[in-house]
Design a protein around this ligand. Structure first.
Ligand code: MG
Length: 274
């Protein structure tokens, strides 16, 4: 009798083991340890899969801010902040800074983002120091990655092409020459303010012509000339600005992606998907 019971138990264990072996782990686990600081288990079966994005010249979830045809997603902004019609020249698939017409400001606002911009300083190569093809890509209108002719043209290190203006020189000078198209791929973490106080600084990661020139570099504050940058509170999202510094710099193929966590609902309302 005892032998019969033992045999039955052994068979049950074997069956249980087989069932366990047959458990499909290919889609994930529900019995693994929790990942520290996360609400998910290792290989969690319930963890949402990232949304699919079709890669390409412009990823499928990118917002195209300039496709070479018109300035419909932009306004002009004069010194002092007056909003005007954008007057930059558009031709042959690019836009060009028209001196005296103000900056270009995106109609839409952005916080954390991935931004792709192509630009070219004037082919004539004229100008010296900060006058040689100066423009800029200012995230949230305040945090500027410098556009400048920096292949042949000498200027201060924290003001050359690819610098976080007035704060950090690029790690290397990856510049191409006057009139040549260049690329910025910018990964930006917006600063956070609470009750008018800074609670998290901004960070830049920047790739210039395929070369890393800033690796999650902490931003000291708003770009300023000949002073130490400081923060001043602003909204969680602000328009992108292309700087008019009086030189006919060209831009083309500008697209941006909002960066919002997809599986980690944040306590921070700023980063919640819209
Ligand atoms: Mg500039």
């Amino acid at each position: 009798m005892t032998r019969t019971i033992l045999s039955a138990l052994a068979a049950a264990c074997l069956l249980s083991g087989q069932t366990e072996q047959k458990k499909d782990r290919s889609l994930g686990y529900d019995d693994t340890p929790l990942l520290p600081g996360q609400k998910w288990r290792v290989h969690d079966v319930a963890r949402p899969r990232p949304p699919k994005v079709i890669p390409g010249a412009q990823p499928s979830d990118a917002i195209v801010l300039f496709d070479g045809r018109n300035l419909s997603r932009w306004t002009g902004m004069l010194r002092g902040g007056a909003v005007v019609e954008p007057k930059w020249k558009v031709e042959n698939g690019y836009m060009e800074v028209t001196p005296g017409s103000g900056h270009l400001v995106s109609k839409e606002k952005f916080g954390d983002c991935q931004l792709h911009v192509e630009w070219a300083t004037p082919a004539d190569g004229q100008g010296k120091g900060q006058s040689a093809g100066n423009s800029g890509v200012a995230l949230m209108g305040h945090y500027e990655i410098q556009v400048l002719e920096s292949l042949h043209n000498e200027t201060y290190a924290d003001g050359q092409a690819g610098s976080i203006y007035g704060q950090w020189p690029p790690l290397v000078n990856a510049s191409r020459g006057p009139g040549e198209w260049q690329t910025f791929d910018i990964f930006f973490e917006a600063p956070r303010f609470e009750s008018g106080k800074l609670v998290k600084t901004a960070y830049f990661t920047v790739v210039h012509n395929g070369v890393l020139v800033h690796h999650r570099k902490e931003v000291l504050g708003r770009a300023v000339h000949a002073r130490v940058a400081q923060y001043a509170p602003h909204g969680p999202e602000e328009p992108l600005m292309l700087q008019n510094h009086g030189r006919p710099v060209r831009f083309r193929n500008i697209w941006i992606r909002r960066l919002n966590g997809y599986d980690e609902p944040s306590n921070d309302a700023i980063s919640k998907p819209r």
